[in-house]
Ligand binder design. Structure first.
Ligand SMILES: [Cu+2]
Length: 458
C-alpha cells in the first residue's frame, strides 16, 4: 500500500503522542573498564574490560525461538562490537566490524536484536581486536533453553579461561601484538579461571545429576578436560545435541570457542570433593571444585535421553556436494614463503614485519573476494588442510556444519572444528543463511595475524 501524504502526516502525529519510553525499552549491555579478583585471594585485584561490570558478562538466558535485544554501549577506550557465537543469526546482527557493521566507537552504541533458532549453550564476545578485548574479559554466556527442561538437578555454566597476569601485581600482560605469540600457538595464560574466578567451588550432593555447560573462552589454549568424582555423558557440542549421549571416558578436547554440554552424576561421597580437571602432559589439575555435602533425594538415574534436535538444515547427498580445499599455512617452523595481502604479493619476511604470519590458501587477512560464494540452500564440503605446525580451531559464522568422520559419514554438528597440525578435517556445510560470513581461526592471535577469510551466501 502506498501512503498518501495525508496518511503519513496523520501517522507521524499519532507516533508523537506515544510516550517515548515505549521505544526505549532495550536493555543495555555496557562494555567498560572494571576491576575483579582474578588471581587467588591475597593477590591484588585486576583491571579488566567487561560487560555489565564483571567477567563473564551477565548471563543471557532465553527460551528457544525468543529474541535477544541488547543495546551495546561502548565505554571502553577502543571501538568494539559483539559477536553472538554459534547463533544462526540475522547477518546484520553478527557483530563483525568491516563485514556486517562498523565498529562501535568510544561513547557510541549499537542495537542488537535477533531471534535465536536453536536451544543450547552459546556465548557472546567482542569481535573487534578480539585478541586483546576477549583476553581482557569481554565475554559472557548466552543460554537458550529447550522447550521442555531435561531431567537434571542443577544447571551450571562454566566459562573456562586462562589469563596472562604479572605474577606480582596481577595486572594483565598488555603485550598483545608480540610476534612470538602470534607466530606460534598463541597467547597462553599463566592462571586458569572458571567464571572469572580462580578455583571456584560449587555445592552439590552425592547422586545429583548436573548439567555442566562448558565454554572455552581462552584465546588460544586447547583444553583437555577430565572429570574426577563425576561420571556422565556429553549431550551436546557447540550447542547442538548429539544424536546419542556419549560416555565421558578419559579426557576430551575443547578448543577455543567450543562448547560441550555434559550431564554428569556426582559419584564422590558426601564430605569429599569432585573436580573438573585440565589434563596436561605431566598430570592434571583442578579447574573448579564441587564440594559434596549430603545425598540426593533421588536414586541414581540411568542413561539420559538425547536432547531434542534443533531445526538444522538437511544435509543431502554429500558425494554430490562440491569440495573446497582451505589450506592453513604459515607460522613458526613453516614460515610463509609468500602470500597475498589484499592484492599485493609479499614475501614472508615483509609479511612478518606487518605482523602477518599465517595465510589461508595463500592469502593473509580477509580478502576482497570470498573463499566461497554459495547459492542459498546449496550443500558444500570444505576440507581444512593444516600444513602448519600448530593446532587451529576453524570457526564459521552464521551456520553450523557437520564434521565428516573418517568413514565419510556426517558426524556431530559444530561451529568450530579443531584441526591438528598435519591433519585434514572435512565438513559439510548447508549454506542456508544469507549474508557475508566470517570464516577464521579462533586462536585469536592467528585470526589477527592472517587466518581470516569469509564466505557469502546469496
Ligand atoms: Cu590458528
Amino acid at each position: 500500500m502506498k501512503l498518501t501524504r495525508r496518511q503519513v502526516l496523520t501517522t507521524g502525529a499519532a507516533l508523537a503522542l506515544l510516550p517515548r519510553r515505549a521505544f526505549a525499552a532495550m536493555p543495555e549491555l555496557v562494555a567498560a573498564e572494571s576491576r575483579q579478583q582474578i588471581a587467588p585471594e591475597g593477590y591484588p585485584d585486576t583491571a579488566i574490560w567487561s560487560y555489565g561490570g564483571g567477567t563473564p558478562g551477565p548471563e543471557i538466558r532465553v527460551a528457544q525461538g525468543d529474541r535477544v535485544s541488547r543495546r551495546l554501549v561502548n565505554k571502553l577506550p577502543q571501538p568494539t562490537a559483539v559477536h553472538w557465537h554459534g547463533i544462526r543469526i540475522d547477518n546484520a546482527m553478527d557483530g563483525v566490524p568491516g563485514l556486517t557493521q562498523e565498529a562501535v566507537p568510544q561513547g557510541g552504541s549499537f542495537e542488537y536484536d535477533f531471534q535465536v533458532p536453536d536451544a543450547g549453550t552459546y556465548w557472546y564476545h567482542s569481535h573487534n581486536r578480539s585478541m586483546e578485548q576477549v583476553a581482557r574479559g569481554l565475554y559472557g554466556p548466552l543460554i537458550v533453553g529447550e522447550p521442555q527442561a531435561p531431567d537434571i538437578d542443577r544447571d551450571i555454566v562454566l566459562m573456562l579461561d586462562d589469563w596472562r597476569l604479572d605474577p606480582e601485581t596481577a595486572t594483565i600482560d598488555g603485550n598483545f601484538d608480540n610476534g612470538h605469540d602470534l607466530s606460534h600457538a598463541g597467547r597462553f595464560g599463566n592462571l586458569f579461571t572458571v567464571n572469572g574466578r580462580f578455583d571456584p567451588a560449587f555445592e552439590v550432593k552425592n547422586g545429583e545429576r548436573l548439567r555442566l555447560r562448558l565454554v572455552n573462552a581462552a584465546n588460544a589454549r586447547v583444553l583437555e578436560v577430565g572429570l574426577d568424582g563425576l561420571e556422565g555423558w556429553i549431550v551436546a557440542l557447540d550447542g547442538m545435541p548429539l544424536e546419542a549421549p556419549l560416555v565421558v571416558s578419559g579426557a576430551f578436547s575443547l578448543a577455543p570457542a567450543q562448547r560441550a554440554d555434559l550431564f554428569v552424576d556426582v559419584t564422590a561421597e558426601s564430605g569429599a570433593a569432585a573436580s573438573l580437571l585440565s589434563i596436561e602432559r605431566d598430570g592434571g589439575f583442578g579447574l573448579c571444585r564441587f564440594d559434596v555435602g549430603g545425598q540426593a533425594a533421588q536414586a541414581r538415574r540411568g542413561v539420559p535421553e538425547a536432547l531434542p534436535p534443533n531445526p538444522l538444515p538437511e544435509i543431502g547427498d554429500l558425494a554430490a556436494a562440491p569440495l573446497h580445499e582451505m589450506r592453513l599455512q604459515g607460522g613458526a617452523m613453516r614460515w610463509l614463503d609468500r602470500a597475498l595481502l589484499g592484492e599485493t604479493e609479499m614475501g614472508g619476511r615483509e609479511l612478518a614485519q606487518l605482523g602477518k604470519f599465517w595465510a589461508l590458501n595463500g592469502r593473509a587477512d580477509r580478502p576482497e573476494a570470498p573463499f566461497l560464494d554459495a547459492a542459498r540452500g546449496s550443500l558444500h564440503r570444505i576440507a581444512f588442510v593444516n600444513e602448519t605446525g600448530f593446532d587451529h580451531g576453524m570457526h564459521l559464522h552464521g551456520h553450523h556444519f557437520r564434521l565428516i568422520g573418517a568413514n565419510g559419514e556426517p558426524g556431530p554438528w559444530r561451529d568450530t572444528v579443531l584441526v591438528p597440525p598435519g591433519e585434514t578435517r572435512q565438513i559439510a556445510l548447508a549454506a542456508d543463511n544469507p549474508g557475508k560470513w566470517l570464516l577464521h581461526c579462533h586462536m585469536l592471535g592467528h585470526a589477527m595475524s592472517g587466518m581470516t577469510s569469509w564466505f557469502r551466501v546469496t
